[in-house]
Write a protein that binds this ligand. Structure first.
Ligand code: PXG
Length: 457
């Protein structure tokens, strides 16, 4: 299956697309025919484009195709569920078998007492749900003034108004405002770019204590929740120093504010556990999830909330006026359940933790010897490669942000998808990536780094 014949009608599909399709996160005015990549097929960890090129998908789509492409079992599950019951809503007093079974399954996989599951259709609207639950919860406890959500700069929580407002992306904040009020952003634990001469562990403590300082500045009686990704994904795979999370948890617990772990990327095996919260021993009150929940075969998201807190809210608030037409969509739930069954049956969590992630770490670290690479960091099957003109100072290229794009384009022409976040190359391959495919990824990455270095040095 190395090379496939050219895809029929590729040119006409591209020109139709160019005329009418509005791409997400794309500068449409400058998009031309030659920029478009038509993806035609996928299997395992590879995708094919319309010219027949076989490309290793080092991003698992958008950090989401955890069980890899080409799973007939998931297609069959969707088809069977659609024949049986393609849709019925879960509003008011209706339910169906897949949503009940998936709720039970998620309650069993999430840590602690996160046993109450609300279904959404994506990560973004899961975080809308998080925001509404957090504020409604405190109002139901007689503290309606606890409305402020603390989030982090350079976090990504989605593209809906709540997602953008919770996220800490400056460019996104610049469009479509005003943002949702009472959301504040503290500094991120990004040692490589922001740690200067401070020891990483000391820096981790400092950035955790920024949360404490912000709570005290605003007043704990105003704070509803802190939301954060265990590892920031879209922000550039920011792996916090080990000192960070224990200190954050201490602060949340002492102040009794809700902690929401956004596990849209870190969930479902990415860090070698069902959730990043388990990897880092966090005790969240809420987890938002999507992506790996169904390995993206169908769109679905969920929020898991503490059963004890949910009961307090149910007793006091009565009806929660919130929900989406597709909350708990039967086909999406059935596919998510089957996806979880595959992860369990194939032992993908243990394999990632005990085999793939250590191998990935070892092989990726070798890229650190490349002259353009300042740091390689990995955790589970997440990686970042920092591109810099000189290593020890961690100084950035003058045209910061452009070198990453150059490298990304070389990767693609070498048959590898890696994403550039400014001048950090990031990877998040499917959990099913084989040992040989890890070698393929590292070889193609090295070649792309060579070409990038030759072009920019
Ligand atoms: N939270 C996190 C942590 C995410 O990574 C969302 C929420 C929103 O999920 P939805 O399903 O609404 O997209 C995400 C999504 C990228 C990229 O290029 C990252 C995401 C989405 C699209 C592109 O890094 N993350």
């Amino acid at each position: 299956m190395d090379r496939k014949p050219n895809f029929p009608d590729a040119e006409s599909i591209k020109s139709t697309n160019l005329a009418h399709h509005w791409h997400p996160f794309t500068d449409t005015a400058s998009l031309g025919m030659e920029d478009l990549r038509l993806i035609s097929q996928a299997k395992g960890s590879h995708i094919w484009d319309s010219e027949g090129n076989r490309i290793l998908d080092g991003m698992a789509g958008l950090w989401c195709v955890n069980v890899g492409y080409g799973r007939d079992e998931l297609a069959d599950t969707a088809a069977a569920q659609m024949r049986e019951l393609p849709y019925y809503n879960t509003f008011f007093k209706s339910t169906h078998a897949p949503v009940a079974a998936l709720s039970e399954k998620l309650a069993s996989l999430t840590p602690g007492d996160l046993n109450r599951i609300f279904f959404n259709t994506s990560g973004s609207d899961s975080n809308d749900t998080v925001l509404r639950i957090a504020r409604t919860y405190w109002a139901s406890r007689g503290q309606p003034e606890k409305t402020v959500i603390i989030a982090r700069k350079n976090a990504y929580h989605g593209s809906t108004m709540a997602g953008v407002s919770l996220g800490g992306m400056g460019a996104m904040h610049g469009q479509g405002g005003p943002l949702i009020p009472d959301i504040v952003h503290i500094d991120q634990p990004y040692w490589y770019d922001e740690g200067g001469d401070t020891d990483p562990e000391e820096f981790g403590l400092q950035r955790a204590r920024a949360l404490e300082a912000e709570i005290d500045r605003i007043g704990v009686d105003k704070i509803a929740a802190f939301i954060a990704e265990p590892i920031q994904g879209a922000g550039g795979v920011i792996i916090p120093p080990d000192s960070y999370w224990p200190e954050v948890m201490r602060i949340c617990r002492e102040r009794d504010i809700l902690f929401c772990a956004d596990e849209v990327i870190c969930g479902f095996g990415r860090l070698g556990e069902w959730f990043g919260s388990i990897h880092y021993d966090l005790q969240p009150d809420m987890i938002s999830m999507a992506k790996g929940l169904s390995s993206a075969y169908l769109p679905i998201g969920a929020v898991a909330f503490s059963e004890a807190r949910a009961q307090e809210m149910f007793d006091a608030a009565g009806e929660f006026f919130h929900g989406y037409t597709y909350s708990g969509h039967p086909a999406c739930c059935a596919v998510a359940l089957k996806n979880i069954e595959i992860i369990e049956r194939e032992g993908l969590i243990d394999r990632t933790r005990d085999h793939t992630a250590p191998l990935f770490a070892e092989k990726m670290k070798a890229l650190g010897d490349h002259p353009i690479v300042g740091e390689v960091r990995t955790r589970g099957l997440l990686a970042a490669i920092e591109l810099v003109p000189e290593k020890p100072s961690r100084k950035r290229f003058d045209n910061y942000g452009e070198v990453g794009t150059v490298c990304r384009d070389f990767c693609f022409s070498n048959g590898l998808v890696m994403r550039a976040v400014r001048d950090s190359m990031v990877a998040s391959p499917p959990l099913v990536i084989t040992d040989e495919e890890i070698d393929e990824l590292v070889e193609k990455a090295w070649k792309s780094l060579d070409q990038t270095w030759a072009k920019v040095k």
